[in-house]
Design a protein around this ligand. Sequence first.
Ligand SMILES: O=C(O)CCC(=O)C(=O)O
Ligand SMILES: [Fe+2]
Length: 203
Amino acid sequence: MNTLAITPLFERIVDDLATKGWSQQAAFTPEDLTAQLAEECRHRAEKGQLEAAGIGRGNAKAVNTGIRGDKIQWLEQGQNTAVDRYLELMEQLRAALNRTLFLGLDELECHFALYSPGAFYKKHVDRFRDDDRRIVTCIAYLNDNWLPEDGGELRIYLEHEHVHEVPPQAGTLVVFMSADLAHEVLPVQRERLSITGWFLRRA
Ligand SMILES: O=C(O)CCC(=O)C(=O)O
Ligand SMILES: [Fe+2]
């Protein structure tokens, strides 16, 4: 792909971020890639590689399942071809955001997340109090045939007390400004897989 051309998909994300601070795209990851990523996430879970996610960072980091009950593993390049393909898509998104919105995004950190039935993540903002490098949050969902009774929606808190809920349906990508948007994951009734990432600015 010509990395200088911005595809309509990336253009929509950029426009949404510029005008309202968040974007939801139903068909971001291709079906085959989404399935491979879900398989890789499940495979890592079966091997016991996912660990209870913490809240906060550095010395203040702690596991608190009353706030957050997912299990995660950070993604690295070169571990798996599907993961590499996903990181390549994110790299294109990073370039598009930098070219158009001048956000100075330097790198991406991202992890698989698995919520087992009963797990949730209470309302929060992604940017840490003591570290403002997280600029843009991106979440890709990996779950086929997600039904309303499965719960687990991402609820985002908009202006004027409006809320918007996103079912974690395979292929969907949600992007938002990390410092601005409070959000939560409602309790899940069924295993819920995703990749959450943050574009960081230079320290
Ligand atoms: O999985 C989601 O929908 C949101 C996850 C989240 O808010 C986070 O990991 O910070
Ligand atoms: Fe979050």
